[in-house]
Design a protein around this ligand. Structure first.
Ligand SMILES: [Zn+2]
Length: 243
């Protein structure tokens, strides 16, 4: 464990362009429930019923209730020290950017500038019909679009929708140019994000609380909580910088 943490610290310092990929496990230490783990959110709520285009179009009440709860829940959460480490590493030039499956904007709140939101975000809104941007307060009050009377929704990618093409191609390009890919808090079960490690020509590292089916395909696997591991690595990086 200790050796692995030292190795990661060394790789981060020597890499020319590190790209980070984060999933739900990055946000759990901020108190946001994760979707796929044993205690995950989807064990209690069936995503096929709420996070879908058909729910939005045919069961708007249920759809709206679910997202309103999630948005309200986010008002009480904050970036944790692991997010702060990633923000500092970007400022210090260690990382080029973060591709994230999370919709909570915690990376941006911590101070990261280059964030590719692979699944969109839950804190901005638009009209499902005319696509124009909408106010958060109108969505929360379940009011219709001011332009066309259509249904308002968060800027997230629902099940059954296309992934955001530009964001994905930018993130994929960054991964294909990276000499280090640091994957944090995702079990890499979902296509196409699970293709990223194979596309990276450089070293690949995974920090995750649970074992994943992908472990053997990565150069280094550190099991542990994202925030704790990142702080530990950062202490070593900072110490080496001083010396
Ligand atoms: Zn509209």
């Amino acid at each position: 464990m200790e050796t692995n943490i030292h190795r990661l610290a060394e790789w981060i310092q020597t890499a020319e362009g590190t790209v980070v990929l984060t999933g739900a496990g990055m946000s759990t230490e901020s108190g946001i429930p994760d979707f796929r783990s044993r205690e995950g959110f989807w064990k209690r709520v069936d995503p096929q019923r709420v996070a879908t285009v058909s729910a939005l179009e045919e069961e708007y009440e249920t759809f709206h209730h679910f997202y309103r709860l999630r948005i309200r829940g986010l008002e009480r959460v904050h970036p944790h020290p692991g997010h702060q480490v990633l923000a500092r590493w970007e400022q210090q030039g260690y990382i080029r950017g973060i591709a994230t499956q999370n919709v909570d904007r915690l990376h941006q709140r911590a101070g990261n500038r280059q964030v590719w939101e692979l699944h969109g975000n839950i804190l901005q809104f638009h009209c499902h019909d005319c696509k124009k941007a909408a106010e958060r307060s109108r969505f929360l009050q379940q009011k219709p679009c001011v332009h066309c009377g259509g249904r308002l929704r968060p800027d997230i990618i629902l099940f059954g929708e296309w992934l955001p093409e530009t964001t994905w191609s930018e993130a994929m390009e960054a991964v294909q140019q990276a000499d280090l890919l640091l994957v944090i808090g995702t079990s890499l079960e979902v296509y196409p994000v699970n293709q990223m490690p194979q596309l990276c020509p450089g070293k690949t590292v995974l920090i995750n609380a649970d074992k994943t089916a992908m472990d053997r395909q990565l150069d280094l696997v550190i099991s542990g909580k994202a925030g704790e591991v990142l702080q530990h690595v950062d202490q070593i990086v900072a110490k080496t910088e001083e010396g």
